[in-house]
Design a protein around this ligand. Structure first.
Ligand SMILES: C[S@@+](CC[C@H](N)C(=O)[O-])C[C@H]1O[C@@H](n2cnc3c(N)ncnc32)[C@H](O)[C@@H]1O
Length: 400
């Protein structure tokens, strides 16, 4: 199959699972993703998967080409129109910048910022090799935006952000929109926000999972490598002492079946319960890597030396997404099982089951049901809303 045919197959497959606008689909059909990931087999470039292109000394991913499904979702949230000036934070391979350049057309401008000089050099090379319309790729901390070409009509971060940087808000012009993978106490959602007086209002919200921003604008989230081979990682919204959770995960679990009214897909369960825990449970965590029979991600509660997680390995509970810059995944419908490991595993499994039941009682809320607002000044009191204080803004999150 030639590369154009592979792109058509990829876009057709994406469109079976999600809506993609005509301009975004046309851009994905035109841009040769395989030229942006020269180290991998070209066939892999046209699978709906994230491709990690760089890791740090501990093995944590620090750059990738994100999963096409989530790129399409975010581009549609962003709504780039011909002639727009667009700022991207996180150039990575340059692939998304090439899509942005197609969408902005010859009358538009695209500037893409990356904190890593080697990544910038490679992205420039990929864009040239792919014959992309012009993109300015610059090496800088994206937390400062790029004042040189401001004001922007659109700003997108393709890296997980903990807060809205003041420079982004200042550099967006009237009618401007930003789309960022925003941290809500350790869970990420892609939020499209627009200015409304003294606040920024979320216009659409989608689930996502991006690697985190580096540098002074990094947040408090912690990604601990529990084991290197096969890899197992634990993410926490903020550092805390947990003892040897890896050893606990190696012990035989206590399994608790949680009755649910209707079958629930692994994706809905994993995303929905993660969001629920992030908003309601300070001890929550995400485990990624080799879990039981498969590779995946799951959410749970961790205390010193003990942990309880949702079963996500094909036994009751199902699978999950791969973690590095992903968005959507399929999977079979199933019941829910919670596993507790370690001396307090049984108690934690009971507490996690209670959260699953509460999530079910609340109507299984998911990312799309969230209302997110960001304030740079005083915050109004709102019943039932969760207020999350950041460095530069205060987020007010509620379930609609
Ligand atoms: C998931 S990759 C971006 C994917 C990219 N848009 C593509 O299409 O390949 C995230 C990128 O953000 C960059 N990054 C991390 N922290 C940053 C920061 N503070 N400022 C700018 N870029 C940053 C990383 O170096 C990495 O290349």
């Amino acid at each position: 199959m030639d590369f154009a045919t592979q792109r058509q197959a990829m876009v057709a497959q994406l469109r079976e699972r999600q809506d993609i606008s005509e301009p975004v689909a046309a851009a994905m059909l035109a841009v040769p993703r395989h030229l942006f990931v020269p180290g991998v087999e070209p066939e892999s470039a046209y699978r709906d998967e994230p491709i990690v292109t760089r890791r740090d000394a501990e093995g944590r991913p620090i750059s990738s080409s994100s999963q096409p499904a989530i790129m399409a979702i975010m581009l549609d949230q962003l709504g780039v129109e011909p002639g727009h000036r667009v700022l991207e934070i996180g150039a990575g391979t340059g692939y998304n910048a090439a899509l942005l350049a197609r969408l902005a057309g010859p009358g538009g401008r695209v500037v893409s910022v990356d904190i890593d000089a080697d990544i910038v050099a490679e992205a420039r090379g990929h864009l040239t090799a792919a014959g992309s319309p012009p993109v300015e790729v610059v090496c800088a901390d994206g937390g400062l935006g790029w004042p040189g070409l401001a004001p922007y009509d659109r700003l997108v971060a393709t890296v997980g952000v903990w807060d809205l940087a003041p420079a982004w808000l200042a550099q967006l012009g009237p009618g401007g929109r930003l789309v960022v993978p925003l941290d809500l106490r350790g869970v990420q959602v892609s939020v499209a926000m627009e200015r409304d007086g003294d606040r920024w209002v979320g216009r659409s919200v989608a689930p996502c999972g991006f690697m985190r921003m580096r540098g002074p604008f990094a947040g408090t989230e912690l990604l601990m490598v529990l084991r290197r081979d096969p890899d197992l990682m634990l993410a926490l919204p903020a550092p805390r002492e947990l003892g040897d959770v890896a050893a606990a995960l190696d012990t035989e679990p206590v399994e608790v079946a949680v009755p649910v009214r209707e079958p629930v897909s692994p994706l809905v369960l994993g995303m929905g319960v993660s969001l629920w825990l992030a908003l309601h449970e300070p001890r929550w965590c995400v485990v990624t890597g080799k879990l039981g029979a498969g590779y995946g991600a799951t959410a749970g509660i961790a205390e010193r030396g003990s942990i309880a997680v949702l079963a996500m390995d094909g036994r009751p509970g199902g699978g999950a997404d791969g973690g590095a810059d992903g968005g959507a995944d399929g999977g079979a419908d199933n019941g829910v099982v919670v596993r507790g490991h370690g001396p307090d595993g049984r108690r934690l499994a009971g507490e996690l089951s209670a959260h699953v039941r509460a999530w079910e009682e609340a109507g299984r809320p998911e990312a799309g049901d969230l209302r997110v607002e960001a304030y740079t000044g005083p915050v109004p009191v709102r019943d039932g809303a969760v207020v999350i204080g950041k460095r530069h803004t205060t987020l007010v999150v509620s379930l609609s």
